[in-house]
Design a binder for this molecule. Structure first.
Ligand SMILES: [Zn+2]
Length: 198
């Protein structure tokens, strides 16, 4: 069954003709909409029409096509709408393509979240080291050097480099440094646990 068959089965010719303003008389004889006449000579059957005056003929789709100068598919759409048939005139959505598109969007979101998390890790690590460096710097030559200060001095250059580089990286490069950023995240957590937030 095609959409054309569905339409023809659901809407008979006399009903459609009447709905679109064709004057239908007794015995389903209609004033022909395709030639000028005073007495009806267009016979309407359930599934087709035939005019004895001008030989116009066709099914319900053809009738609507001719009445409104439509293409066949436009006629089908018109009937579908006007008679509230609720048929799928356009191709039904390709569910596989829809699912694929959804997966792509979900993957892009996840990717974005991963990159944001990585950047956040690098920023927090650098900020922590900067705090350590400022806060635990020796104030006199006699001070015992704080471990946090030493650690900060040893690592802040690298932390800053990573933070800046990460911003310039393309997607592939960002993915490549994922293990290193994971390592830095563990290192950051160790610092917080052992030495506090500075
Ligand atoms: Zn006619």
């Amino acid at each position: 069954m095609t959409i054309f068959d569905d339409i023809k089965e659901l809407v008979d010719v006399p009903t459609a003709a009447h709905s679109y303003g064709v004057e239908v008389h007794r015995g389903n004889m209609a004033l022909c909409p395709f030639h000028r006449e005073r007495t009806p000579s267009c016979k309407l059957y359930a599934d087709h029409y035939y005019c004895f005056g001008c030989q116009a003929h066709g099914d319900v789709i053809k009738l609507v096509q001719e009445l409104f100068s439509l293409s066949a598919i436009e006629s089908v759409k018109q009937l579908n709408t006007d008679f509230g048939l609720g048929l799928y005139v356009d191709k039904p959505p390709d569910m596989e393509a829809v699912a694929r598109r959804r997966r792509e969007i979900a993957e892009r979101k996840a990717e974005k979240a991963r990159v944001e998390h990585m950047y956040d890790v690098l920023l927090r690590y650098f900020t922590l080291l900067d705090k350590y460096k400022m806060r635990y710097a020796p104030t006199s030559p006699d001070d015992e050097t704080d471990r946090r200060f030493v650690y900060a001095l040893q690592n802040i250059g690298y932390a800053e480099y990573m933070l800046e580089a990460f911003n310039r990286y393309n997607k592939e490069q960002q993915a490549e440094v994922k293990p290193e950023v994971d390592r830095i995240e563990r290192e950051y957590k160790r610092c917080i646990e052992e030495w506090g937030e500075g």
